[in-house]
Design a protein around this ligand. Sequence first.
Ligand SMILES: [Zn+2]
Length: 122
Amino acid sequence: MRSIARNKVKLNSNTGILPPIQRIRLEKIRKESKSWVPMWSGDSEYEKFEVHGWPTNMVVDLGKRLCTCGFWQLSGMPCVHACAALARVGRRLEEFCHQWLTMEAYNNTYAFHINPIPSQAL
Ligand SMILES: [Zn+2]
C-alpha cells in the first residue's frame, strides 16, 4: 500500500514519453549505436535497413519494429541496430518504444490504490 502511494506521486513532475529509468537505458543504447552503419535497402517506405557492424550485420524493419538480433521484439526498446537506422531516418527513438515502457503505462500501473484496513483486533 505504501509503495503504491509513494510511486503514484514519484514521477508527477516527470515530463516526456518515458520514465527516467527507461530514458537512461535508451540513451545508453543510442550512444552504443554510433558504431553501427545503417544501409537503406531502397524500399519505398524508407523502413528496411541492413545495419553493418561487428560481429555481424543485422536486418532492421522500422515499420514492423523488428531486428534480427531480437532485442527490440523482446524488450520493447529499440536495439543499437534499430537506433542506428532511426538516426538515419531522423525519427525520435522514444516513439519506437513499446507502450509498456511509457509514462502512460507507469501511471496506469499506479492508478489504483489498496484500501486501508484496521488491525485484526477490530
Ligand atoms: Zn538489433
